[in-house]
Design a protein around this ligand. Structure first.
Ligand code: GUN
Length: 281
């Protein structure tokens, strides 16, 4: 059997059309949803990500401002910019692209963003809100994964979900979101013994490690849902995920491809969060 593909591009198109409709409704009331993206330094991958975020805003009728600063920008000057954006009524969402140069304390900068504008969902107030099930912004990548599960009508109640990876941006919030939907959740990481024994029990596997072939066909229960958050390059330089797609698709029931899976969903959920920030006023 070959798995069904969960198409992140098609789902993004649907969700972005809804964002555009709601943005138009806000504009009719005199509110233009606005996102500020702050990039410090010249990291090539960050430049691509930031460009894609700004373009996605334009395509969906959101206002966006890109602020670029040299890698020599001081921490104090960056904090001053964040403070100004916190007070700017035209800006509803603030995103400081990571990684930041080594002389800047990224945690300090994230904590300086007003939680009401924290559309990345990285502030401890956002993380805390997710933890206790209160309203707040959810980190875009795991939020996008939840939307993908929702799109196939998957009921997580009582299912065993295995998350591979424990980052603050994906693994940990992913586990909390799955738990909130009543899954039984296992978090695996570099110290986990016998990963395969755990993934073989999983109804849902989310791979978020940043390493190729973390999940192979022999590690997957037939019919399982496999979500691949990885963004890696193979030996030929082609984009690939953490999952051995060609092997696993013969065992899984559902699978997300790379590219065209979780990647576009991350940006889509940033648009959704920004729109919601503007709707909340
Ligand atoms: N760097 C890589 N991914 C992200 C992200 O989602 N948000 C921010 N702010 N920086 C990133």
């Amino acid at each position: 059997m070959t798995a069904h593909i969960i198409d992140g591009i098609a789902l993004s198109k649907q969700l972005r059309a809804d964002v555009a409709r709601r943005a138009a409704a806000l504009r009719a009331r005199g509110v233009v949803p606005g996102l500020a993206v702050v990039l410090v330094g010249e990291n090539p991958a960050s430049q691509v990500y930031v460009r894609n975020k700004v373009k996605a805003c334009e395509d969906s009728g959101l206002h966006s401002v890109l602020e670029r600063y040299p890698a020599t920008l001081s921490e104090a000057d960056l904090l001053a910019r964040v403070d100004a954006l916190n007070r700017d009524p035209a800006i509803h969402g603030i995103l400081v692209q990571l990684p930041l140069p080594a002389h800047i304390d990224a945690h300090k900068v994230i904590e300086a963003i007003s939680p009401a504008k924290d559309v990345d969902g990285f502030h401890v107030a956002s993380a805390g809100a997710l933890m206790v099930g209160q309203p707040g912004f959810w980190p875009c990548t795991p939020y996008g994964c939840m939307k993908m599960l929702e799109s196939i009508g998957y009921d997580l109640k009582g299912k065993h979900a295995v998350v591979i990876g424990r980052s603050n941006i994906v693994g940990k919030p992913m586990a909390l979101m799955l738990l909130q939907k009543n899954a039984t959740v296992t978090i695996c990481h570099s110290g986990t013994q016998n990963l395969k024994a755990l993934t073989l029990q999983a109804d849902v596997v989310v791979a978020a490690v940043g390493k190729r072939n973390v999940l192979t066909a022999d590690m997957v229960k037939p019919g399982a849902v496999v979500i691949d958050v990885g963004m890696n390059r193979n030996d030929e330089g082609k984009l690939c995920g953490d999952v051995d797609f060609d092997g696993v698709k013969e065992v899984a029931g559902w699978i997300t491809p790379v590219p065209g899976g979780v990647g576009p969903m991350t940006i889509t959920m940033l648009l959704v969060n920004t729109l919601e920030a503007a709707e909340r006023g």
